[in-house]
Design a protein around this ligand. Structure first.
Ligand SMILES: [Zn+2]
Length: 315
């Protein structure tokens, strides 16, 4: 069944069309949503590609992806809406006009919900430069609170008593998001669990691509904590901040690829988290890269340097 809302009439038309996907119903109190058939990435002709692709997973969760033509990292941003506040995770990479696309998405939400304004909290999956490039565009905006890019500031903001073993929360208004410290890729890595959709956002610590591990023991412990946290919870999807893996098993796109027409879908499942946890246990003696079907665990240390520099935040 397809439902179309004519905004001028505030009427919903519903037509049954066999074979066409619909927004799945809520299951066990979990709200459903959809993904696009494919992400645009960047190219093949950049003049024909928008700077951002905005997708509404549902009307209260926007996925915003930066074009590979602007920056080959092509990061994903997530914008959650509750009754009282909106929450943005990450602000883009490179020369990104992030505030423009985010305020446009917020304006659309406000129009759809007949609201005049909503405060915005800006948080980060972690502190690397490909996730914080647009911060300065938000800092002086009215109604915006920035979560500090420090462990102490992050703890205070989300009420995380002991770092990294305790879990914090933020209530957006009838929408609680759990905030789980998962250091290892970066000291400030955070996972977000949205109780409303059952989506777990894992930043750069799990996505279809190269999982760079800077602090192996911390990363291993963080992954085990995520496994424990999700044991008794519904996990509809695991979403990270990049896609680098191709649809050919075990094969990723080279670093710096802008146009990736055969990339894997963004969503992973808890099975991938379990697979990563098992692989990390086996890797305790060897820090060589571990190729898995849909992602690669890529330790970084003196013997295994990072393949290209990561700009790191200076809090
Ligand atoms: Zn990244």
């Amino acid at each position: 069944m397809i439902c179309t809302r004519a905004r001028s009439l505030v009427v919903t038309f519903c037509v049954s069309i066999p074979g066409i996907a619909q927004v799945p119903p809520a299951i066990a109190g979990i709200r459903g949503g959809t993904f696009p058939d494919r992400w645009i990435t960047g190219g093949p002709k950049c003049v024909e590609v928008p700077d951002w692709q905005v997708h509404e997973y549902n009307e209260d969760l926007f996925m915003i992806r930066e074009s590979g033509c602007t920056d080959p990292e092509k990061p994903f941003l997530y914008l959650f809406f509750g009754k009282d506040r909106a929450l943005l995770q990450d602000t883009g990479s490179g020369p990104a006009e992030t505030a423009r696309v985010v305020t446009g998405s917020i304006s659309q939400w406000l129009r759809d919900h007949k609201r005049a304004s909503i405060p915005l909290v800006v948080t980060h999956s972690h502190s690397h430069g490909d996730h914080i490039a647009g911060d300065s565009q938000f800092k002086s905006m009215p109604g915006v609170s920035m979560v500090p890019l420090t462990v102490t500031g992050t703890q205070q903001f989300f009420g995380i008593r002991n770092w990294p073993t305790d879990i914090g929360q933020i209530d957006l208004g009838d929408r609680i998001i759990d905030v789980i410290p998962i250091p290892g890729h970066d000291i400030l890595s955070l996972a977000l669990y949205d109780r409303q959709t059952g989506i777990l956002i894992t930043g750069d610590s799990l996505y279809p691509g190269r999982i760079y591990v800077r602090d192996f023991e911390a990363f291993k412990a963080s992954t085990q904590r995520l496994v424990d946290f999700t044991r008794d919870r519904i996990v509809t999807h695991i979403l990270g901040c990049h896609i680098e893996q191709s649809t050919t098993p075990y094969v990723d796109y080279p670093i710096g690829t802008r146009y990736a027409p055969y990339e894997l879908p963004a969503a992973l499942s808890r099975a991938h988290l379990l697979e990563m946890n098992e692989a990390l246990k086996e890797m305790k003696e060897s820090r060589d890269r571990k190729l898995l079907r849909d992602f690669t665990i890529w330790p970084i240390d003196a013997q295994h340097p990072f393949p290209h520099p990561i700009p790191t935040a200076k809090p």
